[in-house]
Design a binder for this molecule. Structure first.
Ligand code: ARG
Length: 467
């Protein structure tokens, strides 16, 4: 039986009927639908709508549906169910008879879908934060393993200054930890329960909203029934957060791709995560980071689709809202699919520390350190910059590096240059002068590793507490 056929004189156009169904994608919400239905059934009992026996029979029916779904690995089939809500009603009635129709007393699918989606997003957030903690842990392990290895840092993708490889890897840890934090923040707003909001104006029966919220582990009920049934901010906020995570992953991917090119040769692609070319026998391609970069486009596409779907919708529920589900699910699956692979790739990748170290010592990356030498001896910064610039110009003419200039040559630029100047141009000295919190001096980076480990540990504990 349909959920709404009474007032209709004509059956639905079959093509329209198939086309408007959401069951094919919202069946994945079944476990949440069952949990929310259990909470509603108990509230109905407390409101005197269900007898004790009816409640037991409904709860048993819901449990059986859950067991059936578990056996089918969640892939329940039904050619007629309009959506997951209709599916549960049909199944319940098939199992326990007409009393199953009592479950829908005083509720609307509008509050149900809003509740199910919140439960989905909340679970996805917890799962993603768990995966992010593991990704961060692996990046941090790799930072630790990199020890004193250095590499060029780029600005404008031109050689800028040398940094520790560990410092570079920790930059990604910062981004991912912020993503985890944004997800936690989003979770606060997700964690309110729409049950009892009815179709738009609130439930028509005296349902105990606080206890329904409590049963589903929500922080409390939503405050306004019109908002609760029409709000999908939480979906968009979540997918926007995933877009940002995607952007970070995509920047990581891009760096891995260029650093694995023959021109850089900093990264040896792990064979277990690469493929070859069907034509060129020598090829080993960075498929994993390329797909990470590519899939970020899908996530951003989902966020864009959601914004456009929501824009200009009048309050409260509109069927357009059904269209928010697929972008949400696609973004969830895409992000969750990527993270363990990124973690595995980072564990397996080999860095060519020797090549990175060599690259860190060429291309005048010690020029700013050279200018700092002069500044520390009282030369005004702009003048020091100009003089080291001239030294670089001389090197360019001779095809050499700053450290290859003799003291006499340097003294023609400024007599203040002394014997210790060449020492200050060495890689270790250059790294060491960046001795500020957040800088690349080795002791600071060690601190960075320790701090990252602590943050990752508390992230793991938080995630564990929600599990
Ligand atoms: N499948 C619908 C959706 O996802 C459920 C809500 C239906 N509500 C309604 N008033 N037709 O949006």
């Amino acid at each position: 039986m349909k959920m709404w056929s009474g007032r209709f004189r004509q059956p639905l156009d079959p093509q329209f009927e198939r086309w408007q169904r959401s069951f094919e994608f919202d069946r994945r919400l079944l476990s949440y639908e069952l949990a929310a239905s259990g909470a509603h059934a108990r509230a109905l009992r407390n409101a005197g709508i269900l007898s004790a026996d009816e409640l037991i029979s409904i709860l048993e029916g819901l449990q059986q549906i859950g067991e059936m779904a578990a056996a089918a690995k969640g892939l329940v089939e039904d050619d007629e169910a309009e959506d997951v809500h209709h599916f549960v009603e049909k199944q319940l009635v098939a199992r326990i008879g007409e009393v199953g129709y009592k479950l829908h007393s005083g509720r609307s699918r509008n509050e149900q879908i809003a509740t199910d989606l919140r439960l989905h997003v909340r679970a996805a957030i917890d799962e993603l934060r768990k995966e992010l903690a593991e990704v961060c842990a692996i990046f941090t392990d790799r930072a630790e393993q990199a020890g004193s290895a250095a590499m060029p840092a780029y600005t404008h993708l031109q050689h800028a200054e040398p940094v520790l490889v560990a410092h570079w890897l920790l930059a990604y840890v910062e981004m991912f930890l912020r993503d985890a934090d944004r997800l936690a923040d989003c979770r606060k707003r997700v964690n309110a329960c729409p049950l009892g909001s009815g179709a738009v104006a609130g439930a028509t029966l005296p349902l105990d909203r606080a206890s329904m919220a409590d049963e589903l582990d929500f922080a409390g009920p939503t405050a306004n029934s019109i908002d609760a049934t029409s709000d999908r901010d939480f979906v968009l906020e979540f997918v926007n957060t995933l877009s940002l995570l995607g952007l970070h992953l995509s920047r990581w991917a891009e760096e891995m791709i260029i650093f694995s090119s023959q021109e850089f040769g900093f990264v040896q692609l792990p064979e277990v995560y690469s493929t070859g070319s069907s034509a060129m026998p020598q090829k080993k391609n960075p498929d994993l980071p390329e797909l990470v970069r590519g899939k970020t486009g899908r996530v951003i596409g989902s966020a864009t689709a959601l914004m456009i779907t929501l824009k200009g919708l009048p309050l409260a529920y509109n069927k357009d809202l059904q269209e928010t589900q697929e972008p949400l699910f696609d973004a969830t699956d895409t992000a969750l699919g990527l993270l363990p692979l990124v973690a595995g790739w980072m564990k397996a990748v080999e860095f060519d520390y020797q090549r990175m170290n060599e690259a860190a010592q060429s291309g005048f990356m010690n020029a700013w350190a050279g200018a700092t030498y002069l500044v520390k001896r009282g030369v005004p910064s702009r003048i020091a910059h100009e003089q080291i610039g001239k030294a670089v110009k001389l090197c360019l003419e001779r095809n050499c590096e700053l450290q290859d200039l003799t003291l006499d040559e340097l003294r023609t630029l400024n007599p203040i240059f002394d014997r210790d100047f060449h020492e200050c141009l060495k890689l270790d000295s250059v790294l060491a002068i960046h001795d500020v919190a957040g800088g690349t001096a080795p002791a600071r980076v060690r601190q960075g590793i320790a701090t990252a480990r602590k943050t990752i540990e508390s992230l793991r504990e938080e995630v564990h507490a929600h599990a």
